[in-house]
Design a protein around this ligand. Structure first.
Ligand code: SAM
Length: 341
């Protein structure tokens, strides 16, 4: 099968599949509002429709699929979808990104259904901070979920932490130490000015440079891990062999190697986290388009792709949130929780 390359030579390989726009947390950097405009339920793709679209994407070169949301574990019967996807030999890597709250109850079924990898988002180890940041009292469930994932059989666990100045930037060491205890690789993410982050400002961003300086002061030498991959995280090693990652999407974006695209729970396909316009694959599918016809929507769109959203944001003289609350209410597809972070 020939790889489909975009205008910058990037292959169509990595599909982030949002299975719901709903979430059981209200993180201040992602869902700060009191209420939201949700996708109409009847628009949500059924599992069979998702499976059909994934087959089309794998025919076009996708071999990595990540389930996300919203919170993917609140999508009913998710293990059934996992089983459908895990049975596709073309998918080399099938992962999920979750806030972990429901992992305690779901981990065994997800493992048994064939899910390969789990990433848990966890920004703080302090219950009071967790409550202030996510507006839910759920830290014990998340920690229990992480342990349950390991018990269920998942290895290569990752923990993703968004670092916010003045909120959790004093917990980098604590999180790395926690990662060692639960055998998970911690990745620190720079706070991004994406849709939904209406409280974003540059002064709250802790850059990769600052994180590395902080960790070097504590641990001594921090060595870059040399690798050739399109993964967003730059990986580093401590003296004791512990590896951690930093995703510097705000101060040093990685658009040049970005092979990701995103399918929302209602079948809109986006080529960039910052893109304002997407392709409506649900409409095509429900209008009875054949697989070849849907492919003919996807392949040329990818081949025309020249998005460098994060790099363009970096080049702006004045940087502010991508969208204001009103724009987001008018167009919920701009939201990170709709698009699938
Ligand atoms: N609910 C799931 C979870 O918590 O992992 C999946 C969806 S969530 C939108 C995916 C990831 O996006 C999480 O790790 C979250 O922390 C991250 N995220 C959301 N808003 C962000 C922002 N403004 N900057 C950086 N990362 C963000």
């Amino acid at each position: 099968m020939t790889a489909h390359l975009d205008k910058l030579g990037r292959p169509l390989r990595n599909l982030r599949l949002s299975v719901t726009d709903r979430c059981n947390l209200r993180c201040l950097y992602c869902m700060p509002e009191e209420d939201y405009v949700w996708l109409p339920r009847e628009d949500l793709l059924h599992f069979e429709e998702i499976s059909t679209l994934v087959d089309i994407f794998t025919d076009l070169g996708v071999d990595k699929v990540r389930l996300t949301g919203g919170e993917p574990l609140i999508r009913r019967d998710l293990p059934t979808l996992v089983r459908l996807l895990a049975a596709k030999p073309a998918i080399r890597d099938l992962a999920i990104t979750t806030n972990g709250i429901l992992l305690g109850e779901c981990a065994p079924a997800l493992f048994e259904a064939g899910l390969h990898r789990v990433t848990v988002s966890l920004d703080t180890l302090r219950p009071d901070r967790f409550l202030a940041l996510t507006r839910r009292r759920a830290l014990p469930q998340v920690l229990a979920g992480i342990e349950a994932a390991t018990r269920a059989g998942f290895s290569r666990l990752k923990i993703d932490t968004v670092v916010l100045r003045g909120t959790n930037d004093d917990e980098l060491v604590d999180l790395i130490e926690y990662g060692k205890r639960v055998d998970a690789e911690v990745r620190f993410i720079e706070y991004m000015d994406v849709g939904g982050a209406t409280h974003w400002s540059m002064d709250k961003v802790v850059s990769r440079r600052e994180m590395l300086d902080h960790l070097t002061r504590h641990y001594g030498t921090v060595t870059p891990v040399r690798e050739d991959s399109s993964a967003p995280a730059d990986r580093f090693q401590l003296g004791d062999g512990t590896v951690f990652g930093i995703i510097s999407s705000t101060t040093d974006p990685f658009c040049r190697s970005c092979d990701r695209s995103r399918l929302t729970a209602d079948g809109m396909w986006y080529l960039c986290l910052y893109a304002k316009i997407g392709t409506d694959l649900r409409r095509a599918l429900r209008a009875g388009a054949s697989r070849e016809e849907v492919k003919a929507l996807i392949a040329p769109t990818w081949q025309r792709r020249d998005d460098r959203g994060a790099e363009q944001r970096l080049a702006l003289a004045q940087r502010s949130p991508l969208a204001q609350s009103n724009d987001l209410r008018q167009n919920p597809h701009l939201e990170m929780h709709t698009r699938g972070g």
